[in-house]
Design a binder for this molecule. Structure first.
Ligand code: DGY
Length: 327
């Protein structure tokens, strides 16, 4: 008998077609984000779920869906999944690393540049019809080339951003991470390890690429922002909640730092109202990995994982492979 799976959000037709060759697929053509109650109802009788970062798989959901064997996240970040609870219940969890690294790094770099060079603010000014003359100090920002690039979190995406800064823009690169990189990896991206305080003090452009966890919650708050230079910028392409958005809004309002570029927010898709009213912040709706090629690669990898997990194959990117070993 064919297994039943839920594809919790609207995905590419090619991906649904591939899944339908193996499973009875229930999709979500409306692309509505299900409440927990709806998600539990949809998962009844399902052996697998293709989810995104918007669907939360926690202990309560798992307890209510005993037939679930695999949850395949179309995202590299997996703070929406209670991994320990999955493992305890023998549910395989997977994510989509690597395929989005370069695309996300491109976006992180672009957002940092847009922030430093005040692109959103000046574009809005022009569209409002306020541009009446060229001025010496109109929208003057800060340079990228030669400035100190400070990276918090030096995983794959952090290294890809460091490489861009080091090789493309001649930026001195410093980083802080839970564990230090091997010397050859540091040399490859021209990065020097420093303490978190030093990182914040020396940063011209701080880029945050940490995974979200209880440990990284509010890693950047009022105390950390107070260490930064008034000319510095902050860019977050990691996860909402790593930065205390209220404290950031206050620092931006008081010009304790120059500007911020944010692709992720605490409690998104809601955005802290103070951020919305500030001119010196560039805001984008969690789109760092959003190119056609990369989103298709992410969806295909999530589908590969789901197919392998439920047909006795080897899922390419498991998060809790011990579950497979125990099967
Ligand atoms: C990821 O892959 O984690 C991106 O943030 C998209 O959710």
């Amino acid at each position: 008998m064919r297994k039943h799976v839920l594809v919790a959000r609207r995905v590419f037709d090619s991906v649904t077609t591939r899944l339908a060759a193996h499973f009875e697929v229930e999709g979500n053509a409306e692309d509505r984000v299900f409440s927990k109650v709806e998600l539990i109802a949809k998962l009844q009788g399902k052996a697998g779920a293709f989810i995104t970062g918007s669907e939360r798989i926690d202990a309560e959901v798992l307890a209510a869906c005993p037939e679930l064997r695999a949850v395949c996240n179309m995202a590299v970040g997996y703070n929406n999944i209670d991994l320990a609870a999955c493992t305890a219940r023998g549910v395989l969890a997977t994510n989509t690393p690597d395929v989005l690294t370069e695309t996300t790094a491109d976006f992180g770099f672009a957002l940092m540049m847009a922030t430093a060079r005040r692109m959103a603010e000046s574009e809005h000014f022009l569209r409002r019809g306020e541009w009446t003359k060229w001025s010496v100090d109109m929208f003057i920002g800060s340079d990228i080339h030669g400035a100190t690039l400070a990276i918090l979190g030096m995983g794959r995406i952090g290294r890809a951003i460091a490489r861009r800064g080091h090789l493309g823009f001649g930026m001195p690169v410093i980083y802080h991470n839970r564990s230090r990189l091997a010397p050859e990896l540091e040399a490859e991206v021209g990065a020097r390890y420093v303490s978190k305080d030093e990182l914040l003090k020396q940063a011209d452009h701080l880029v945050i690429v940490l995974p979200y966890s209880a440990e990284s919650h509010h890693s950047i708050g009022a105390a950390e922002l107070a260490l930064m230079k008034p000319e510095a910028t902050l860019t977050n392409v990691a996860r909402g909640g790593i930065v205390d958005d209220a404290a950031l809004a206050e620092a931006l309002r008081e010009r304790r730092i120059a500007a911020a570029g944010l692709d992720v927010f605490e409690g998104e898709p809601r955005v802290h109202p103070d951020l919305l009213s500030l001119p010196n912040v560039v805001l984008t709706p969690h789109i760092a990995s959003a190119t056609v090629k990369t989103r298709l690669a992410m969806a295909d990898l999530a589908a590969d994982n789901l197919i392998a997990a439920l047909t006795g194959g080897v899922p390419p990117t498991p998060l809790n492979p011990e579950v497979l070993a125990a099967r």
